[in-house]
Write a protein that binds this ligand. Structure first.
Ligand SMILES: Cc1cc2nc3c(=O)[nH]c(=O)nc-3n(C[C@H](O)[C@H](O)[C@H](O)COP(=O)(O)O)c2cc1C
Length: 210
């Protein structure tokens, strides 16, 4: 089967893209509005895309009625957000955060998460998350009905035991993030495998990025 993407409507393109480009990492994003209300919502059009500067990107669609979602509005107003990574124990709470709560309601308390103070940005991180990336908005690119929000990571929190402090390698036995397929379909990341290292791997290792 094949499709000329120009002949599909946005919903059809969305279905095919989110079904095929998988699994996607999930950013559970905490933001804060001017009144101090903390908002937490998941986004899987998300990835880490650079290390110098260290950047992550979110793609947040406007609501069906037109205005930005609370997360996008808060990021555009405050220029700050926290990406909380999602592992198996908090997957169901993350999913619950995707419900459309009124802006004055904090999903954080609703779903039983605990706010922990951030170091460089105002929005708190989610204490139950295994890793939290404090971000400042680097660039905003509006595309169609979406906001591409590029954040620069300014501070990193990681739960004890997940990173080997000497090698900075992640300890896979202690880190179990979940990925997203589509709708309410997720995957675990426990089934990892390796392939014999090649020249590229050796070159990367030589510059400390192996
Ligand atoms: C796992 C998951 C991933 C999601 N990814 C996105 C996404 O990348 N972009 C988006 O606009 N909405 C995404 N959503 C929907 C938002 O989480 C949802 O619209 C939420 O209510 C937005 O909250 P807010 O208005 O508090 O920002 C996702 C939902 C789930 C459950």
């Amino acid at each position: 089967m094949e499709w000329d993407f120009g002949t599909l409507d946005a919903a059809q393109r969305y279905k095919l893209l989110v079904g095929l480009v998988v699994p996607r990492p999930i950013a559970l994003v905490s933001t804060q509005d001017a009144a101090g209300v903390v908002n937490v919502a998941p986004f899987s059009f998300f990835n880490a895309l650079g290390d110098d500067p260290p950047i992550v990107i979110l793609s947040i669609e406007n609501r069906d009625e037109g205005p930005p979602k609370d997360s996008a509005r808060n990021i555009l107003e405050s220029r700050e957000f926290v990406v909380n990574m999602v592992d198996e124990p908090i997957a169901a709470q993350m999913h619950a955060c995707s419900e459309a709560f009124p802006p004055e309601v904090s999903e954080l308390e609703r779903v039983g998460f605990t706010a922990a103070p951030s170091r460089r940005v105002a929005p708190p991180r989610v204490a139950e998350s295994p890793a939290a990336l404090e971000c400042r908005l680097h660039t905003h690119i509006p595309i169609g009905a979406r906001h591409l929000l590029i954040g620069e990571v300014v501070w990193l929190h990681v739960r004890e035991g997940i990173v080997d402090p000497t090698t900075l390698r992640i300890v896979p036995e202690n880190y179990h993030p979940v990925g997203r397929f589509y709708a309410n379909r997720y995957c675990r990341t426990r089934d990892q495998f390796t392939i014999a290292p090649n020249e590229y791997n050796r070159r990367r290792a030589a510059v400390g990025k192996g």
